[in-house]
Design a protein around this ligand. Structure first.
Ligand code: AHR
Length: 505
């Protein structure tokens, strides 16, 4: 294969790295909450029943923001069931995931957990079976200081100070026929607008996310965003995107190129939002909230319509491989590349359910293969995203046609003393020699290479072998006349960490 050249110029920047790009998602689903973050009786459980070992891994993952409590779950959830004395809370049927919701974890417990994790909460309101009043009551409960029914109840339940939750999702995937209370774009657009108007009267500082499409294969993709935003454009701040990727059949080449689809979705939704702004003569520019993304082997999931209430609570606990980890690394490259537009992103989900963290009841917690690319990116993508010019050889994929084999993005810290270059080789079988050309930077004084690659791309981690697939130091790179050369193995994700000689030139 021909070599790739990646050119970076210190003068050309995309935008600051939004910290909210490293969000995650905790849904009342399967063993994400119960048996995941929460397991009273586990040796590591705290007084609320939250596992300290899981919390430690969440901190290590570098999660900035956590979306809660759903997902499909939120569309049938009554948040009022989940407050007050734990022993008095009702058990309810969770109609989204055909489970019994014990309500042992609710808003106050989640707020304590998310604070302990050091993350920002992103709460979703129920616009399926709920509506304007329930959403307003919840916001009054979390954010109003005092002297009202809901704020005083919060104080009685243990939090005298308001939680000050800024980020709010106006429902979840309301375009999906599987969603409880599914709506047409007209119906949802009007409800989102009315809810937004009322919520802003309680707290003007909140940021609101309108539901975009559930995925780009929805027949209404594009049209949904357009109609919804016609109703609520000037009342919301973000529009959501969701996407899950998996390898179908033996087509690893297409799967490795999943970020091509993510790029396309981001560009399409941006263009749709901008065209609505044009029609409405609005000067505001909406940001995108990619608040569900990940690898998910959805074709092996029977579908929520086939679940039964007496099934065990284990749902979609996919074991991720080295290939999946490379895809996750590539999706993060796409998100960073669009830092000027995507302000929020949440990997779905955080624990057990298609998650970077897995737990055993009463036993250990460990990192799945997708943990490290996320953690390393969250730790090292700092400062500004640089415009990254990639000249790459191409290879053919059946789903996306010819694609660039090497994908890359780079960031530079605020002091101009350190750079991170994230590189993905999306070829299933060919190594690619790559050269990084730096323009306008002071000299590279040191470099470090971290890599995720495995001789067995299908290898995964488990309780018995928790460190089978990890990001590890790679071979040293050659630095000649300010250019860096390295060979990227097939199906690999790499971080090159460069120390620069001080101030920008
Ligand atoms: O993350 C799992 C589910 O996927 C969420 O509940 C839903 O929003 C999406 O369809």
């Amino acid at each position: 294969m021909n070599p790739a050249t990646i050119t970076l110029d210190s003068a050309y920047r995309v935008a600051p790295v939004p910290r909210r790009l490293f969000g995650s998602f905790v849904e009342h689903m399967g063993r994400c909450v119960y048996g995941g973050i929460h397991e009273p009786g586990h040796p590591a459980a705290d007084t609320d029943g939250f596992r300290a070992d899981v919390l430690e891994l969440v901190r290590e993952l570098g999660v900035s923001t956590v979306r809660y409590p759903g997902g499909n779950f939120v569309s049938g959830y009554n948040w009022k069931d989940g407050i007050g004395p734990v022993t008095e809370r009702p058990a309810r049927l969770d109609r989204a995931w055909m489970a019994v919701e014990s309500n042992q974890v609710g808003t106050d417990e989640f707020m304590r957990w998310v604070t302990a994790a050091g993350c920002e909460p992103m709460l979703a309101v129920n616009l399926g079976t709920g509506g304007v009043q329930d959403a307003c009551d919840l916001l009054e409960y979390t954010n109003h200081p005092r002297d009202t029914y809901w704020s005083d109840l919060r104080a009685k339940n243990g939090s005298a100070d308001p939680y000050g939750v800024r980020l709010w999702c106006l429902g979840n995937e309301m375009d999906g026929p599987w969603q409880i209370g599914h709506k047409t774009a007209e119906e949802y657009g009007r409800l989102a607008a009315e809810t937004a108007r009322a919520m802003r009267r309680i707290d003007r500082s909140i940021e609101l996310v309108a539901c975009g499409s559930s995925n780009s294969a929805m027949p209404t993709f594009g049209a949904w965003e357009s109609t919804v935003l016609e109703h609520c454009y000037d009342l919301v701040d973000h529009v959501s995107l969701h996407a899950y990727y998996e390898q179908r059949d033996d087509d690893r080449a297409s799967f490795l190129a999943s970020s091509v689809d993510m790029d396309h979705m981001i560009n399409t939704v941006s263009a749709t939002a901008d065209s609505v702004a044009g029609r409405l003569r609005s000067r505001r520019r909406l940001s995108l909230s990619f608040d569900e993304w990940n690898v998910w082997y959805q074709s092996s999931f029977d579908g929520e319509q086939n679940l039964r209430y007496d099934d065990p609570p284990v749902l979609i606990e996919d074991d991720f491989s080295a290939i999946d980890a490379v895809v996750v690394g590539g999706l993060l490259v796409s998100l960073l590349r669009h830092a000027d537009r995507v302000q929020i992103a949440c990997q779905a989900q955080l624990v057990n359910v298609i998650a970077p963290i897995r737990t055993e009841p009463g036993g250990p917690a460990w990192r799945q293969t997708i943990f490290d690319p996320f953690a390393v990116t969250a730790r090292h993508a700092r400062g500004d995203v640089l415009m990254t010019q990639v000249e790459s050889p191409q290879h053919h994929t059946s789903r996306y046609g010819d694609v660039a084999t090497i994908d890359a993005v780079a960031t530079i810290d605020d002091e101009g003393t350190a750079m991170s270059v994230f590189l993905v080789n999306r070829s299933p079988d060919e190594a690619v020699a790559s050269r990084i050309v730096l323009r306008g930077f002071s000299a590279v004084t040191a470099s470090d290479r971290l890599q995720l690659w495995d001789p067995d791309p299908r290898a995964s981690n488990s309780a018995a072998e928790p460190d089978r697939v990890r990001v590890r130091p790679g071979d040293p790179v050659a630095i000649v006349d300010g250019s860096i050369t390295l060979t990227l193995p097939p199906t690999s994700w790499t971080l090159l960490r460069l120390e620069l000689g001080g101030s920008r030139t």
